[in-house]
Design a protein around this ligand. Sequence first.
Ligand SMILES: [Fe+2]
Length: 439
Amino acid sequence: MEQKLIMMVVLLVLALATATATAFTAEYVRPPPRKTLHFPWNPKPSSHPQQVHVSFAGDKHIRVTWVTNDESSPSIVEYGISPKNYSFKAQGESTSYSYFLYSSGKIHHTVIGPLEDDTLYFYRCGEEDPEFQLKTPPSQFPITFAIAGDLGQTEWTKSTLDHIEQCKYDVHLLPGDLSYADYMQHKWDTFGDLVQPLASSRPWMVTQGNHEKENIPILKDGFISYNSRWKMPYEESGSSSNLYYSFEVAGVHTLMLGSYTDYDKYSDQYNWLKADLSKVDRERTPWLVVLFHVPWYNSNNAHQGEGDEMMAAMEPLLYAAGVDIVFAGHVHAYERSKRAYNGKSDPCGAVHITIGDGGNREGLAHKYREPEPEWSIFREASFGHGELMIMNSTHALWSWHRNDDDEQVRSDQVWLTSLIGSQCLSEKSREQRKILSEP
Ligand SMILES: [Fe+2]
């Protein structure tokens, strides 16, 4: 009897141990793509400001963009630092475009400023309510960026946006593929409304992906919708195209490049990039960050090798300038590399992060190449977003947050150090940096 009892206790302990071990080692079960969001028809007065978003427009200036159906609505932004008390007023410009049977509303772009740093502003557009609020970024570290690419407009997109809203960030960076409108122009409008709560309150800095290119040979320029709606500070940064530009905030110089415009040695983009990098002052901006859509370091089967040509043309420039971090999208998954250059890990190269996992309708890219390349540190096919908290001139905390059944779960976290003060930027590497000053 006693033996039987001991046996039962042993079996019970074993069963419990197995159950615990199973729970501990259980793999995360990735959920399937979710439905595209349904946007009920909700007509507004024609002068009502819609799709409001803000972006940087040069030092201490912000561009406010919105759409009205009313052609006569003024491109005026009233703003101030207390609610309903607008001490300042700015007049902007407007544009519109047509795409076969579709005609856009009036798209207003109005630059406001100079603005105080790290300050909450209240504003309204076109002399109409409602009132919006935006917080300007700090002028010094710490500063936090939220990052998610390939957003689309599905229930997973909503989950990602909800998580970004919960984090205390200063600027949103989007490495391409915004609306997934794919020629259906009204989807640009629904996307604008979907992101308005976030994009009207913090600067959203975007670059283009393949889903922005709605090209119909001879008839339509590929980026007419994107360029009309998401005007970025290209003129302010000496670029001749909205498809590539740079901006500075706190101590960070950020370049937004175009994967879908010319990048070869004789292209405007290449020459602008070289000129922009050669002007970077690492004393003023110790961190150098680059974004574009198609990743150069990608061990996922999806879009394998698509970034190779751009990498061959431009990586030497980024390496010579000592870029710290490169963010890309396109692959619907997350991957982080060691510092790398020329296809191998290299202490003077950039950390490459693929973050095309915003939640679009195409679902996740599950299959990875084996064996895992030596430069790849972390890779996972899940939806989510990233947060880059730059603490000072040398240290930043990077974290990736997976959308785990609608909860955000921090799944990857690492301290990154800038190249400032390293041998990579010292006298020794001057030779390599000559490429930036060559004609
Ligand atoms: Fe893409």
